[in-house]
Structure formats: C-alpha cells, structure tokens
Design a protein around this ligand. Structure first.
Ligand code: CUA
Length: 314
C-alpha cells in the first residue's frame, strides 16, 4: 500500500517546480537549524549559575555583518533567477499548442474542445502534446488547479486568463478549484484523462458528428445579428472581420491594438471602448446577452477566418 504525500509529476514543467520547491524547503531548514541549534546549545551552556566563559570575544562586527548580509543576498538572487526561469517557461506557451477552453461557474467546470467536444468536470487530453487553456468565469473568481501538472491559474470574471502544460504520462489525475467560491467550492473538481494520441482521436470522433467550435461561433454570428453589419454590402458600415485575428488594428485615437482574444472580447462586450479607425461607435453591447462559452465560440470563428482576405465594402 502506498500513501502518496506528493502528487505524481506528470508534466514537462512539474520536475523543475519540484526542484525549486525542495531547494527552498531545504534552504529554509538549513537556516532554521543554523539559528535554533546554537540557541538550544547556549540555553544549557550559559544557564544562570553555570560556570562558563562570559567574556566578550570582540568579533570584528563589521565583517560579520557584511558577510551574513552578502552571502544570503546572492543565495536569494539565485532562487529568484531559478524561479523567474520557471515562471517564464510556464507563462509562455510554445507554438502549435492544442487549445482548450475552460469555463468555471458555481460550481462546475465546463470544457470546450476546438473540435466541438464538450465535457463537464472531465478533461480528456493526448499525452506528449502541449496544451494551452483559455480560462473564463461566468460568476466569481475560481482557480484551476491540476496538482500532477503543477499548474494553478486564477479564473477571473470579466477577462481571459491562460495556462499551458504538456502531459508526459498516460493516466488519470484530478483537478480542483483552489479559490474559495461559495457553498459547493469543495465539490468543484474533476478528472483529467491523459490518453494516447490514438485513443484521444477516438474519443474526439466518437458519438454524433458535432459542430466545431468555429462552426458554432459562425452560427451564433448569424443568430445574434453580427453578420447583419459585419458582412459585405449592408446598410451599416462596420469593419470586416476576415483576416483580423492577431493583426494590428488602427484605432480612432491614432493608437494601434492587436486583435487578440482580449480585444475581440472587449469589442463584443464594451464596443465603444476601442473604435476602429474610420468607423462610428454604433455597435450595441452584448454584455448580459452572451455567455462566456458563446464568447469563446465567436472568438474561435473570428480566428478561423483570420487568414481570409476581407472583402471591400461597396
Ligand atoms: Cu470555484 Cu472554488
């Protein structure tokens, strides 16, 4: 029988996180011993009434002070450098990641795959492939935590956060909400299934054929009436969205903004905050009329037409 104190290290960054953790733990234990061991010895050695040499040894105070200031500074800076390196590898996803959306709400996790698969409190992944999560919340702050991958990311209402990791071992792991979010916070958890690439492919294609995320987004684009203004030859003059994704957009105030997920999100919810150059602030806000899941579908659609050439408005 095993009694696991530590979760498995099942992602590419898990090991470096563990090294850092144990180094900090070891260093703290060393300092603790350095202070407390002499303290306990002196407690007995210099106890009142005991014969002991109590003459001031006249240490070179300046030298002692400087030494025990400078050495720990460099040790701390070493930890800082290791931590910063770990932070940057964990914050900057590599190219060609598998993109998955995670939406937290009281009290469940909803997962959307680009292929259209949806799951609740379960996350299926292929082994050996870097995965980028885009996280959104329908209500309050949650936090998405997969101990075996050593990742934890706040999920904040009103914005997207992202996180990436690469699973290294086939297996079943747990994920949790690690930010207190109300009565059933402790039940807001689920299971990660890391499958072989073939098994993952089978999982993706099983069941009824479904719309991809981008197709669902395109349907929404029509249902919500976005196409009425943003598609060619209409009465209202609105910017075309083909070829927009990740490009620089000139704004009315002379600045530029990159058309990333955040910009598209803001354009839908706060349409008057950043007006594309040459257009009027006439778009209504969709705040309150659209869920986080739908927002992510619309973004997937706009991304899918990111390489198309915009048609000129007549
Ligand atoms: Cu969601 Cu705690």
């Amino acid at each position: 029988m095993t009694f696991p104190i530590f979760p498995k290290a099942a992602s590419t960054t898990a090991v470096q996180t563990d090294y850092l953790y144990f180094m900090l733990l070891g260093f703290s234990a060393f300092i603790l011993a350095l202070v407390f061991f002499p303290m306990i010895v002196f407690l007995f050695k210099y106890r009142r009434g005991k014969k002991a040499n109590r003459v001031d040894p006249h240490l070179p105070e300046m030298k002692v002070e400087v030494t025990w200031t400078i050495i720990p500074i460099f040790i701390s800076l070493g930890f800082f450098a290791l931590g910063a390196r770990a932070y940057f590898t964990e914050e900057v996803p590599p190219d060609g990641t598998l993109e998955i959306n995670v939406i937290g709400k009281q009290w469940m996790w909803k997962i959307q795959h680009q292929e259209g698969n949806r799951e609740i409190n379960e996350l299926h992944l292929p082994v050996g492939r870097a995965v980028k999560l885009t996280l959104a919340s329908e209500d309050v702050i949650h936090s998405f935590f997969i101990p075996a991958f050593r990742i934890k990311q706040d999920v904040v209402p009103g914005r997207f956060t992202t996180e990436w990791f690469q699973p290294t071992q086939i297996g079943v792991y747990h994920f949790y909400c690690s930010e207190y979010c109300g009565a059933d916070h402790s039940k807001m958890q689920g299971t990660v299934f890391v499958l072989s690439p073939t098994e993952y492919q089978n999982w993706l294609t099983r069941g009824e054929p479904k719309n991809s995320l981008a197709q669902s987004g395109e349907n929404l684009f029509r249902q919500l009436g976005c196409s009425g203004c943003h598609v060619n030859s209409q009465a209202v003059h609105a910017p075309p969205l083909e070829g927009l994704y990740e490009k620089l957009v000139p704004l009315n105030d002379g600045t530029f903004v990159r058309a990333d997920d955040k910009y598209i999100r803001d354009s839908i919810l706060l349409p008057n905050s950043q007006i594309a150059a040459g257009y009027q602030p006439v778009m209504p806000t969709f705040q309150g009329h659209i869920t986080e899941e739908q927002l992510l579908q619309l973004i997937a659609y706009i991304k899918s037409i990111g390489n198309e050439t915009p048609q000129k408005n007549p």
